[in-house]
Design a protein around this ligand. Sequence first.
Ligand code: KIV
Length: 272
Amino acid sequence: MGYIVSDSKKITTKRIREMKQTGEKIAVLTSYDYTIASLVEQGGVDMIHVGDSASNVMQGNYTTVPITIDDMIVYGRTVARACRRAMTCIDMPFGTYQGDPYEAQRNAVKLIQQTGIDSVKVEGGEEIAPAIELIIRSGIPVFGHLGLTPQSVYQFGSFAVRAQEEAEAKKLLNDAKQLEQLGCFAIVLEKIPADLARRVTESVAIPTVGIGAGPHCDGQVLVVQDMLGMNMGFSPKFLRRYNNLGEQIIESVGNYVSDVKAGTYPNEQEQY
Ligand code: KIV
């Protein structure tokens, strides 16, 4: 059974913040193209995120490091055209915000202006505070991201669970408070222990949105291809598959190939 959307009003950062106060969980999925984003929106999600995971699922890269701002603009534009109700967000790709804060601000403006997406997401805490401050000051809502921040995978050395040691957990908690003070509207918590995600969620007034961070977050986010079962080789513990589209697509393509080879497609009704 599907989810019944109770109103068609555009979701904004204000509504996302209110959802934490009223205890309504926030449902977020990624999308990178018009067709999928239209379907995801009709499914009733609160937010659609144009993740730099497009580097993996759309471009076939091992990490999110190679994707560029121009690539993200193409994906973002197509998603923005599909969204009426869901709030939208786009990742600032690696290298576009970690250096000069003014360059970060210019890049955030470029992403928002050229895509029509509502907000940007950046990975990291106090190290990128000056950039976050300037981006928010220019009127762009910022979604924070802590824990496993995939753009830093080469520094981490793996995609393993983060903040299992108290020192890193303490830094993450402080970073979350700083992101709140800077004015971020929400924070993604990726692949951290569920108990730490609970502590963070209870310590900040802005919503937390988890991926591999347990049930205590104010919302959840998944990569749409992963939850639909299209990315069959990827099966981390946190992933729940809601379909097996990968198998269904392969079977459908196989049936089409057989019909073409056998000369049974097109038939009389399928011609002019
Ligand atoms: O790139 C991405 O898809 C993300 C979400 C999973 C949070 O950052």
